[in-house]
Design a protein. Structure first.
Length: 740
């Protein structure tokens, strides 16, 4: 009988060979458990030759064509030498990559399998039960239990964090309504994906829930806009539409401009899709990812706010041509208003977290508190004003700090809704290697998009303020400057905020979930549905604003220092804005389709067309039209630029979503036919409404506006069924069922 070959490697020490036995291997899943018991070695057949027992691998591996698992980022661990021989490092050759096309889903575990449970115990494995020693975490465990007792979460579960760490997380921390890995040890059934908290998947969210969420947000937006108009009326009554009103308007608008320019647009475009994707892909429902993203954005907001307050004089000089006392007043107001950047950002961040969790109402209702605070501040100013043409230092401080206090209250009012949703923000600064590179890259294109918008807006602001000064020098009675443009724009944007924004905000999580699954057909259906549903109310609203502009402006702004000439100027601007409302709504819906696909580069390129046309046509209106009509021409220029941008965006998104389902492009043709039929119903309704308002004008602006609105609504409803306005008839049928 041939001598047996000893196992293990020969290690020569001194003059005689010694044989060292190879230690037993620990299974890969428990390779890093400290104190894990080693399994007994697997005996090899000693009667076989060595070449059979230890075959040499020649040629490519049998699984070389399969996709390899990406390398883990972070500190490298030793993968050679005695560590591998001792079984302290798992052998990569034992890990078979999944077949091509298989679902990449991590197994559901009650805690991180790479680390021992803090209280010790046993870890189940395919090759047996591994006993682990408890780690010395008495104080950490006691602190977690005390925190659970304080917050009332005694049954908190321990789930794996998105970076493989173990932390305490309650059952409500996942984002409800979104499919994702389960947080319990029970694995889902094949072909299904469980949602955190047992909620239904958002990808299958019924249409009724979207409409209910949109109706809730629309109601909040209506109340917010109504109180906003009361606020604007009080501000105009207190400051007028002259140079003093322009100074306050610029100082209060600059923080919003800078916020949207630097970070606000990126948050609105990127935050919800990234949270939805994290909720689907991370075992903890994206909670740690949300904490990191909130912490990073808040740090950026603090730096931007401090820099803006220090650079207030330069910012005011960039937006206005004011000098002397007018520039000093605007700069002082801007210093008090620029801290709004931080609270605008916090409001958007926390509101997007609520939207991703299926709670849409708070973000639309809390601005009501802001309007109430600012209205009270200006009401007190009207009561205690000294009656001069300018502002004293105390009055400047009152108006500036009072306006900022409204934004602070608006952001703080989200706290109860966040607590009810089960969200607890824990600042985290471990940003490196945590997956924040993707949202930052997408946010970069969004910042460029907002930058192009603000360049166009800066051109309009400079031209409108200059035109307002020329109108005053020419002795025109009405204020034809930036304040009139801003007030008309604020009134024009109301249907967009109430209808389109509410509907698309409720639909955005479902679109993002479909895009994450690669279901472009569902994305197309959602975009088409949003276009048709929003157009059912947007197109009649645009006709109403164009036909009833004088009486609508008079009802909202015709008080205090605002005279009949001011109302006539703003009415002309509102009528010029009205055709662009349809294009603005469609552009908003289509752009959110790109954002759901995590594509922010294409909207930036398309927005270059809109911003360039807006700036160029506004400059032409300023140069070619007299001061009385220059700013009105700028409003018409914006409408024309939006129409051109809508055509380009629709064509680009249709190519991106692939071939259209059905014969002859059913989705796009249906949306286009819906808009044409709504226009056919709205134009005669607008003519009838204008005649009714003119007949009721002697009774007052409010009565005339109400009469015209009633006639327009009646004519559109009567023409809905003959013209087969499906989107409008469905809305009317749903309202009729609710009454029953």
């Amino acid at each position: 009988m041939a001598p047996q070959r000893p196992q293990g490697r020969q290690v020569r020490r001194g003059n005689r060979p010694r044989h060292r036995r190879r230690p037993a291997r620990v299974p890969p899943a428990a390779a890093h458990h400290r104190g894990a018991r080693r399994l007994p070695p697997r005996p090899l057949p000693r009667l076989l030759p060595a070449a059979v027992r230890r075959p040499q691998r020649r040629g490519p591996r049998p699984d070389a064509a399969l996709p390899r698992r990406p390398r883990r980022r972070g500190p490298r661990r030793p993968h050679h030498g005695v560590h591998r021989a001792a079984g302290l490092v798992p052998d990569r050759r034992l890990r078979r990559p999944p077949p091509r096309g298989a679902a990449q889903q991590r197994p559901a575990v009650a805690h991180d399998a790479r680390r021992p449970h803090p209280r010790g115990g046993r870890v189940r494995h395919a090759r047996g039960t591994l006993h682990t020693r408890p780690r010395r975490t008495f104080f950490r465990t006691a602190a977690l239990e005390a925190r659970n007792r304080r917050t009332g979460r005694r049954n908190a579960r321990r789930v794996g964090d998105s970076d493989g760490r173990v932390r305490e997380r309650g059952p409500a921390q996942g984002i409800p309504g979104l499919p994702g890995p389960p947080v319990t040890a029970a694995a889902p059934a094949p072909g299904t994906t469980a949602a955190p908290g047992g909620a239904a998947p958002a990808a299958g969210q019924p249409r009724g829930s979207v409409l209910r969420s949109g109706a809730l947000m629309a109601a909040g937006s209506v109340v917010s806009r109504a109180t906003g108009f009361v606020r604007s009326a009080v501000v105009v009554a207190a400051l007028g539409t002259g140079l003093l009103g322009d100074a306050y308007t610029v100082a209060n608008t600059v923080p919003n401009i800078l916020y949207m320019l630097l970070i606000g647009g990126a948050l609105n475009a990127v935050f919800v899709p990234e949270l939805v994707r994290a909720a689907r892909q991370h075992p903890d429902g994206g909670a740690a990812y949300t904490d990191r993203l909130l912490t990073a954005c808040t740090a950026a907001l603090l730096l931007l706010t401090a820099a803006a307050v220090l650079a207030a004089p330069a910012i005011v000089a960039a937006y206005t041509p004011y000098t002397g006392a007018q520039a000093d007043t605007t700069t002082a107001l801007a210093r008090y208003c620029l801290p709004q950047i931080l609270f605008y950002g916090l409001f958007t961040l926390l509101g997007q977290v609520l939207n991703a969790r299926g709670r849409f109402g708070a973000m639309m209702w809390t601005p009501v508190l802001n309007n109430v605070v600012v209205t009270a501040v200006f009401g007190y100013f009207l009561y205690a004003a000294h009656g001069g043409d300018g502002l004293t230092a105390a009055e400047t401080r009152l108006l500036g700090l009072g306006t900022t206090a409204g934004i602070v209250v608006q952001a703080a009012a989200l706290a109860p809704s966040l607590r009810a949703a089960g969200f607890r923000w824990r600042p985290r600064f471990d940003w490196r290697g945590s997956g924040l590179a993707r949202p930052l890259r997408n946010a970069g294109w969004t910042v460029l998009l907002v930058l192009t918008n603000q360049i166009g807006y800066w051109v309009v602001t400079r031209l409108s303020t200059t035109a307002g000064g020329q109108a005053v020098e020419a002795g025109l009675a009405g204020g034809a400057g930036y304040t009139a443009y801003s007030n008309a724009h604020q009134l024009w944007i109301v249907p967009q905020g109430i209808i389109t924004v509410s509907l698309v905000t409720a639909l955005m999580p479902r679109m993002s979930a479909s895009a994450a699954d690669g279901d472009l057909a569902s994305v197309r259906r959602d975009v088409s549905s949003a276009l048709r549903s929003s157009a059912a109310l947007i197109v009649p609203a645009a006709a109403l604003l164009a036909a009833l502009a004088p009486w609508v402006i008079g009802s909202v702004f015709g008080y205090g220092r605002t005279g009949a000439a001011d109302v006539a100027v703003m009415a002309g601007m509102l009528a010029a804005f009205a055709p662009g409302l349809i294009a603005l709504s469609g552009q908003y819906v289509l752009t959110r389709g790109f954002y759901a696909l995590s594509d922010t580069r294409t909207p930036f390129l398309l927005n270059l067309v809109i911003a360039g046309l807006n700036a160029g046509l506004s400059a032409a209106a300023f140069l070619l039209l007299p001061p009385r009509w220059a700013v009105t021409g700028m409003a018409a220029a914006y409408s024309a630029a939006l129409c051109a941008g809508l055509a380009a965006t629709a064509w680009t998104l249709a190519r991106r979503l692939g071939p259209r389902p059905g014969p002859a492009g059913r989705d796009t043709d249906t949306a286009l036919r819906t808009h044409l039929r709504l226009l056919a119903a709205s134009l005669p309704a607008a003519a009838a409404g204008h005649a009714a308002a003119r007949a009721a004008a002697p009774a007052g602006d409010i009565t005339a506006a109400a009469a015209g609105t009633a006639v327009i609504a009646l004519v559109v409803v009567l023409l809905a069924r003959p013209l087969r306005l499906t989107a409008l008839t469905r809305l009317l049928d749903s309202l009729r069922r609710k009454r029953r």
